[in-house]
Design a binder for this molecule. Structure first.
Ligand code: ZN
Length: 266
């Protein structure tokens, strides 16, 4: 993104925050963000996208995977502090090595990535990272951001509080539940994810161990995690950023009422 576009986005953010009720504060990180759609509109699309994925792939019949994800997600949901979500959790029957939490708390983990987990705490990080995208409303933010970028200056002239989200969103498929977010949003989801997993009683070291296992430029290890790598680029910067968050996450872990550690191996 060039400087002109960044400047334009900042101007649009400032103007819209002034004119419209379109700003909120991201939980845990405290960042002020700009969103033109409403949470209920995003959540309706999240439900559609989740339903489509479940219809396409079907739910896994692996009893261990289902039990571990249910336990892990329940622990995370309990500390996510998001009462407006109607949470649903599914292991989806697909070789795809990825996971998502669609707006409204619709968590889908593909069996392909369950195969790669060393323990429950690694799963907790992946799920908590995805929950981070949802409670930080990155889906709505991505739409707003893209609209400003694509529309150039036009969006500034056309802001109409009565016709925002419906015009910005396409069908549920375009919600893009496994498309990449911006780098900034990935870092933010890592931060929220590490804090949430720690509050849920999972050892936050597992977050760094999980990513480190698939980093280092080894082609075979990269291809082992092709799905998540496609939407979550690995790099040293990202792991370094996670290491910076670790002391805060360890403090949360120390305070957690229930210690789950690394949880079960499966
Ligand atoms: Zn992500």
């Amino acid at each position: 993104m060039n400087k002109y576009t960044q400047l334009l986005f900042c101007a649009a953010t400032a103007l819209s925050c002034t004119l419209l009720d379109s700003c909120r504060t991201v939980p845990i990180t405290g960042r002020t963000q700009f969103i033109m759609s409403s949470a209920s509109e995003e959540n309706a699309l999240g439900l559609q996208a989740f339903t489509q994925e479940r219809q396409q792939h079907g739910q896994s019949t692996n009893a261990t995977y289902n039990a571990v994800l249910k336990r892990c997600a329940s622990a995370l949901i309990a500390v996510a502090d998001e009462d407006s979500f109607d949470w649903q959790v599914s292991v989806l029957n697909s070789k795809e090595q990825n996971a998502f939490c669609a707006p409204g708390g619709k968590i889908g983990v593909y069996s392909g990535i369950m195969d790669l987990m060393n323990n429950e705490a690694e799963l907790a990080f992946v799920v908590a990272h995805e929950i981070g995208h949802a409670i930080a409303r990155h889906y709505g933010e991505r739409t707003a951001w893209n609209s400003v970028v694509q529309a150039g200056g036009e969006v500034l002239k056309n802001i109409d509080p009565n016709s925002t989200a419906s015009a910005l969103y396409g069908p549920a498929a375009q919600l893009g539940i496994t498309l990449p977010f911006s780098r900034r949003n990935e870092y933010e989801a890592d931060e929220i994810g590490m804090i949430l997993m720690a509050r849920a009683g999972y050892n936050p070291n597992a977050a760094i161990e999980f990513w480190s296992r698939f980093s280092g430029g080894n082609a075979s290890s990269g291809s082992m995690l092709s799905g998540l790598m496609r939407t979550h680029p690995k790099d040293a910067d990202r792991i370094n950023a996670m290491k910076e968050i670790l002391p805060r996450a360890q403090e949360e872990y120390a305070k957690a009422a229930t210690k789950r550690g690394y949880g079960s191996s499966f």
